[in-house]
Design a protein around this ligand. Sequence first.
Ligand code: FCX
Length: 433
Amino acid sequence: MTILKSLLEQKISEHRPRTARLLGEWSEVVVDAVTIGQIVGGARDIHALVTDISYLDPQEGIRFRGKNIPETFAALPKAAGCEYPSVEAFWFFLLTGEVPSLAQAREVQDDLSRRAAVPRYVFEVLRAQPEDTHPMTLLSMAVLCMQRESAFAARHREVRKTQYWELMYEDCCDLLARLPEIAAFIYRLKYRQGDIIGARSDLDFGANFAHMMGIPRPYDDVARMYFILHSDHESGNVSAHATHLVASALSDAYYSFSAGLNGLAGPLHGLANQEVLSWILHFQQTLGDTLPDEDRVREALWETLSAGQVIPGYGHAVLRRTDPRYTAQMEFCQRHMPDDPLFRLVNMIYRVAPRVLSEHGKTKNPWPNVDSHSGVVQWHYGLREHDFYTVLFGVGRAIGVLANIIWDRALAYPIERPKSVTTDMLEAWGRAG
Ligand code: FCX
C-alpha cells in the first residue's frame, strides 16, 4: 500500500468518530434558518453541506485544508527548478491534510504514472465526434465512456460500506491520472490537426501535460499553478456539488465527475474563462494595440452592461473581495510577463470595473474572480483557442471533487435529498410573516 493510501486510511479512522458524534449527540442542534429568498434564490448561503477539504471565506477567499493560497504554495514541496508544487503533492495534501515530503510526492507521481494509460477506445470515441463538438463535451464524454472500468461499480456490493472509500480511491486515482493525456489529446486533435504527442512516465502531472500540449517551460509551472488554483472551492459550487450529488447515489467517480464537468461547462461557472477572453479580445480589436485609458474602459464596460450582459470574470456567489486565485495569477504575470499587452489590459479593466459594477448596483460582488485572469496566462504561452480553457479548469477541478467523493464514501454520507415546497406554500408562509 502506498504511504498516501495508508495515511488516508489512518485519517479516515480518526475522523469517523467525529461524524458519528455529530449524528449521534448533536443531530438536532439548529445551525441555520432558511428564508424564502434563499429557497427561491438558488439556496445561496444555506449551510447544508460538509467538507474538510477546503473552506471559502467571503472576505478572505479559499483555504485548502486550512491554508490560504500563498501558504499552500509555500508549504508544499517543489522539485528542483520548479516554482510551484506538483499536483501530486497537492493531491496528497488535499486527501490527508498533511504536507508530504518530496519523496512522498514522488511516490504519488509514480503511482499515478502506473495508472495513466488511457484506454484506446477513449481516443476512438473522441475521434468519432463531429469537428465542431465543444472540447468540454469531449472531455465529459471521455470521462463517461471510461465508466466501464470502474472498480467501485463492479465491486462495491461485495464489500462492507466501510470499505467503499477504497474502491472509490482506486477509481479516482485512475481517473485523475488519465486526465492530462485526455485533455492534451482533445487539444491536439482539435487544434493541431491530430498531431498527438505521447505521454512521458518520468514527468509529473503538470510537466507531462505541458509536454503533451507541446508548450515549453515555464508552461509546466503554469499548469501546476493553474490546476492547483482551480481544484476546489468548497462544496456548493455547481461542479463540486453536482459531482458530490451524483456520487451520493453511489454512482461511481466516472458518472459523478462527468456530471460535474457538465455543470462546469455553463457560462456562469467554468465557461466564464472562455467568455472573458472573447470579451477582452473583442474589446482589444475595437481599440487597436494601444492601451485604452480609463474612460474608454468604463465606456466599454457600460456598453456590455447596457446590452443586458454580465461582465464575465466579475462577481461571485460567495466571495465579496478580489478572488485570491485572481491575485495569484496576477502575481505570476507580474513576474513572468509584465509587459504582455493583454495582461496590461486586464489590469486596466481591474482598475475600472469594480467601480462601474458598483454604480450599476446589481451585483453583490463587483470584484474579479478566477476566470477573469486565467485566459490571459494561457494566451501568453500560445494556447489561444479559448474554447479549450474550460477543459483546463475541468482537469484542475478533478483534484478537489475527486478528493471529496473519496471522503464522502469514507464517512458514509447518505444519498442527498433536500425537500421541495410549492409556490402556494411559500406564499402562505410569506403572508403569515
Ligand atoms: N456583471 C453584471 N451583472 C452581474 C455580474 C457581472 N459580472 N455579476 C452579477 N451580476 C448581476 C446578476 O446577474 C444579478 O442580476 P439579476 O438580479 O438581474 O439577475 C445580480 O447582479 C445579483 O447577482 P449576485 O447575487 O451578485 O450574483 P449571483 O450569486 O447570482 O451570481 C455569478 C454569481 C458568478 C454567476 C455572477 O456574478 C456572474 O454572472 N458573473 C459573471 C460570470 C462569471 O464570471 N462566472 C464565473 C464565476 C466563478 F468564478 C466560477 O464559478 O468559475
